[in-house]
Write a protein that binds this ligand. Structure first.
Ligand code: FAD
Length: 450
């Protein structure tokens, strides 16, 4: 069998590029063992976790603002999550019928060389390949690690995890750990987070991370410098033994979740064909090209920025580079891509923020607005947090921003437009932000400079 382009994996790094190539008249074979489009984002990541987030937030708002005392029906929440996932699987199936140039096959790709692979036991010859095989939860090494759940167990389509735990221990200090902690805390579970080092959210600006951590519900018990020693099952519960300031300490919980990062999934045989980094990711240029000039790698598997929307951007860039005759017409600049930590409350950022600007010695000026003075934040009584904008000192060109607090994930999109298009403070201040929306906070912040 022959194809022009082989797309390996049908997640955000795979199908957007496949559709684009087929729209340009190219013949595409896309393969994924799930037999559905959407990858891990839809199967066990973004969509299911954010459905739970929204419902947990609804429950929490009802409790806080309307004094509702009804306990959450967690099984119903999981059913709702499954139905959202199913809606999107069906939507993707329809999209496939429109893109007739894409043949979609359920299976796993193994590479023979840089022009041949095995799909469903059959040899396939390809001109180009886009490898978008994503990542999988890492499992740390400590006795009893196999007793712990991962995000896949919590969020997968039709998961058997249907009972709300009374007490939960989460191991890890990244965004999946913190998001999960706030969702289950909002639903009424007692949540403990054990962070190995002295800091959580190490990948984001420390000032931003510090602001977010201060805003989290103090009922969430966060313990730093607390590496796990052992997890064991005692009756129906789990005992978690960990180190704490040189001593041993213990927690008991109904479930223990490990959220200690993700490991790239590199298809079998590919390691003989292209360069892999020391940390196991596929090495790519900013045009998504691997060390083999006809093979591209997009999404989590290249380790550049592990988010769905970055995977989509990379997928489209790889497709454009193939369509333009295998030249680097498109490049991906991950700094122009917004990131949100969807905790309750959330935090978002885009572009260059304080710590990077200082490190890069770029003279800058910053302005801010406290969300406590925003009407929408007052309506929800979620008044903690701020919006903070960073501008180049001489030109007042907008360089980056963070938002901590209500609606940050929405606000950051408008700020991304401004960063990517290099707007100045004057241009941003000319916009009439709608009332009453949290977007007004952007105008209030920027007008302080004019
Ligand atoms: C709990 C959780 C919450 C998240 N929340 C968000 C969020 O809110 N926003 C956000 O932007 N990102 C979020 N992410 C990250 C997001 O899910 C990933 O960045 C995104 O899924 C990456 O897309 P991808 O296409 O690179 O990989 P994936 O979505 O992992 O897709 C890879 C696909 O490749 C397939 N595959 C693997 N090996 C082979 C093979 N040999 N042959 C063929 N196919 C293969 C797999 O079956 C899979 O379907 C979250 C992740 C987790 C774990």
């Amino acid at each position: 069998m022959k194809t022009e382009v082989l797309i390996v994996g049908a997640g955000g790094g795979g199908y957007p590029g496949a559709f684009r190539l087929s729209e340009a008249g190219m013949e595409v074979l896309m393969v994924d063992p799930k037999g559905e489009l959407g990858g891990n984002c839809l199967y066990s990541g973004c969509i299911p976790s954010k459905t739970i987030r929204e419902l947990a937030q609804l429950h929490w708002r009802n409790r806080r603002l309307l004094d509702s005392r009804d306990p959450p029906d967690f099984n119903k929440i999981q059913e709702r999550k499954d139905s959202v996932q199913l809606t999107r699987f069906v939507q993707h199936r329809k999209e496939l019928t429109v893109h007739k140039g894409v043949s979609f096959v359920k299976g796993e790709v193994k590479f023979i060389n840089n022009h041949r692979a095995i799909v469903q036991g059959e040899e396939v010859e390809f001109k180009y390949a886009v490898v978008a095989t994503g990542s999988t939860p890492s499992r740390p090494h400590f006795p009893g690690a196999e007793l712990c759940l991962t995000s896949d167990d919590l969020y997968s389509y039709r998961t058997s995890f249907r009972k709300l735990p009374q007490e939960m221990v989460i191991v890890g200090g990244g965004y999946v750990a913190l998001e999960t902690a706030t969702f289950f805390n909002a639903l009424g579970s007692k949540v403990h987070i054990l962070v190995r080092s002295d800091r959580a959210l190490r990948s984001i600006d420390p000032d931003l991370g510090g602001l977010l951590l201060k805003l989290l519900d103090p009922n969430i018990d966060v313990r730093y410098n607390s590496p796990i020693l052992e997890v064991s099952k005692v009756g129906e519960k789990y005992e978690v033994l960990f180190s704490s300031s040189g001593n041993k300490d213990k927690l008991t919980a109904d479930v223990v979740v490990v959220a200690t990062g993700r490991t790239p999934v590199v298809p079998e045989g590919l390691e003989k064909v292209i360069e892999i980094t020391q940390r196991g990711f596929i090495k790519v240029t900013d045009s998504m090209r691997t060390s083999s000039s006809n093979i591209f790698a997009t999404g989590d598997v290249n380790g550049l920025a592990p988010y769905f929307h970055t995977a989509v951007g990379m997928s489209v860039a790889a497709a454009n580079n193939i369509m333009s005759g295998n030249i680097d017409s498109d490049r991906v600049d991950v700094r122009g891509i917004p990131v949100t930590v969807f905790t309750i409350p959330p935090a978002s950022y885009v572009g260059l923020t304080r710590s990077q600007l200082r490190t890069m010695n770029i003279p800058f000026i910053e302005t801010s607005f406290q969300l406590g003075d925003d009407s929408m934040a007052q309506m929800y009584d979620e008044r903690g947090g701020e919006i903070r904008l960073f501008f180049e000192r001489s030109s007042l060109r907008f360089l980056g921003a963070w938002v901590v607090g209500i609606h940050s994930g929405f606000l950051i999109n408008e700020l991304t437009q401004a960063v990517v298009n290099g707007l100045t403070a004057r241009q941003m201040s000319n916009v009439a932000e709608q009332h009453p929306t949290t977007n007004e906070a952007i105008a209030y912040a920027v007008r302080k400079l004019i």
